[in-house]
Write a protein that binds this ligand. Structure first.
Ligand code: ASP
Length: 583
């Protein structure tokens, strides 16, 4: 028996008991003839007291950081108690110890505020994972996983594994491909999601499927993405949108209850995609605070201010309580919107002063009367600051959405301990891909159009108006899940492929299996997938999903511990019938 207890377990009630512990040496402190050791394992830290009688052994066999040791001793009440750790009332008076394994000096300190930089910690991720803070994240991830499974299990969902070596599934990203040795010059693709498989399972009658599953997308990795990530992937038959939303709203509530002890008594708000764009400037609104976008086209134009007059969009936000911003502060905000990432040429402000008067950065063009119209439209109060951007429609809306989030951040309105989920519904079916010069599926090509919009699919000029039965669940400005009601009839699916510019042959070649399956009694179905890593990071109050993945990749998609991706040798290449070109 290596141990009788863990390092997180012993309390005053164990005082006097003989115990055996095993773990890692966190610190060694010598006080005269006595040595104190903090012994650590997954469960916590226990203080060891090694008295004079062990000094000879210690001299011969000095203990260093991260040594693995086993100790036998007695639980004793401490004289100087440590209120900061659960085992802080006791220590182990050690009678014997043995070193099970030594350790090199670790490249960084294994504690919460480590001195190790990102790259170093990733290279030695197995040591990083010993840190309490990282352990807590993985612990939370496991708890979320369990809560999700318990919920889905209680609702008759069945977990079914689907293959990783498949044919390309279009979810809007590039595929990772795997060459086939047995079929030279042919490639598998790794799934971007199990989308078509879960739909086939519906055709097969497994009416409630789920899988906590790896997905692979070869995307550029800005904005906290990972090339492989985990989804809670779900599908249901004989459901309409309302059924799916209700079921997964309940699942989300269950997770919050289990993990955070938070009870959502009200239904999650629902917002149409059109409203999200109009009032928040993006499709994943952070509704922890208001500061909605106000279209100032009518009041803003016609005052002889060319910037507004020529703009496709003039849009403002009312920032509560900021009328006393100094020149320096408004200049700094102007610089902020001019940064290349935001890309605006300037910022206009209107101060609604505490005495009720209005003062703007464009007083030359706007008299008191004109400013009042703007203030009225923004519903500003004395003490508020109105910020206005103008320019090309899409860019300006996006910039204002960013500025709104920035102001929310600066004013402390985005408290990460406050959770505001909502559903965004009625997404457009298509979106125009400028680079490719064609319409693409906004969600994916299996998403059903709203039945009343199907007839618009015959007219290219109407594409922008077609709405889908597609939805996202959004939490604090981040999309945590998305899904749709699916097409389940062959002819409509063919129509969709053709709307996306696919010939009949192409559609048959790529999706013959699905089109074929739709001819054998496909039930109406729909589903959703949650980004599991992201959901965990939000529940854990962290910005980055990497913190919640045991072995993540870095921003260039590299595993710096394995040093992957890497070259393979000529024998392997030959077997795969591959030859390389120099890049
Ligand atoms: N497969 C979709 C995705 O990965 C989710 C879904 O439609 O269920 O986004």
């Amino acid at each position: 028996m290596y141990r009788s207890h863990t390092c997180g377990e012993l309390r005053m009630e164990h005082a006097g008991q003989p115990v055996t512990l095993a773990g890692w040496v966190q610190t060694v402190r010598k006080f005269g003839s006595i040595t104190f050791v903090d012994l650590r394992d997954r469960y916590g830290i226990t203080q060891l007291l090694l008295g004079e009688s062990l000094n000879a052994q210690l001299d011969q066999q000095p203990l260093g950081r991260e040594f693995v040791v086993q100790v036998k001793g007695t639980v004793t009440e401490r004289t100087a108690k440590n209120k900061n750790i659960p085992t802080g009332d006791i220590e182990i008076t050690v009678s014997e110890f043995s070193v099970l394994n030594g350790s090199k000096t670790p490249p960084f300190t294994i504690q919460d505020d480590t001195d190790g930089g990102d790259e170093l910690r990733m290279k030695y991720r197995y040591l990083d994972l010993r840190r309490n803070i990282v352990k807590q994240n993985l612990d939370l991830r496991y708890k979320v996983n369990r809560a999700v499974r318990n919920y889905l299990d209680s609702r008759n969902f069945m977990e079914i594994e689907t293959p990783y070596l498949i044919k390309s599934t279009p979810e809007g990203a590039r595929d990772f491909v795997v060459p086939s040795r047995m079929n030279p010059n042919q490639f598998y693709a790794l799934p971007q999601s199990p989308q078509t498989f879960k739909q086939l399972l519906m055709v097969s009658g497994y009416d409630r499927y789920y899988q906590i599953v790896k997905c692979f997308r070869d995307e550029d990795l800005r904005a906290d993405r990972q090339p492989e990530f985990t989804q809670i992937d779900c599908e249901m038959s004989f459901v309409d949108q309302e059924d799916v939303l209700n079921n997964f709203e309940d699942m989300t509530k269950h997770v919050f209850r289990e993990i955070k002890g938070i009870e959502f008594n009200e239904p999650f708000p629902r917002m149409t995609w059109d409203d999200a764009m109009k009032y928040y400037g993006n499709d994943k609104p952070d509704i922890r605070f208001e500061m909605k976008l106000v279209d100032l086209g009518e009041t803003g134009r016609g005052n002889g201010f060319k910037v507004f007059d020529d703009a496709e969009l003039v849009v403002g936000i009312n920032v509560t309580g900021c009328s006393e911003y100094t020149r320096k502060q408004t200049d700094e905000l102007t610089d902020w919107v001019k940064r290349p990432q935001i890309g605006m040429n300037g910022l206009v402000y209107v101060k609604h002063n505490a005495d009720g008067s209005l003062k703007s950065s464009v007083d030359k063009f706007f008299n008191e009367q004109a400013l009042k119209l703007i203030a009225d439209q923004c519903q500003s109060q004395p003490g508020d600051l109105i910020l206005i951007l103008a320019g090309k429609e899409e860019r300006t809306r996006k910039a204002m959405s960013e500025l709104r989030l920035e102001m929310g951040e600066r004013l402390g309105l985005r408290d990460k301990n406050v959770y505001k989920p909502l559903w965004v519904i009625d997404f457009p079916l298509f979106e125009y891909a400028e680079e490719e010069n064609r319409w693409v599926a906004r969600h994916h090509p299996f998403t059903a159009p709203k039945p009343e919009h199907i007839h618009l699919m015959d007219d290219l000029s109407q594409y922008a108006k077609i709405k889908a039965n597609a939805y996202d669940i959004v939490l604090n400005g981040t999309e945590i899940g998305g899904g749709s009601i699916r097409i389940f009839q062959r002819d409509l699916q063919e129509k969709m492929f053709s709307a996306l510019g696919m010939t009949k042959e192409e559609a048959d070649h790529k999706f013959g299996f699905l089109l074929g399956a739709f001819e054998y009694g496909a039930p109406p179905h729909g589903g959703i997938a949650f980004g599991f890593d992201r959901f965990c990071s939000l529940l854990g109050g962290s910005e980055t999903i990497r913190d919640f993945i045991a072995f993540p990749k870095n921003n260039s998609g590299r595993d710096v511990m394995l040093d992957a991706p890497a070259a393979i040798d000529q024998v392997q290449l030959d077997e795969l019938a591959l030859s390389l070109v120099k890049k």
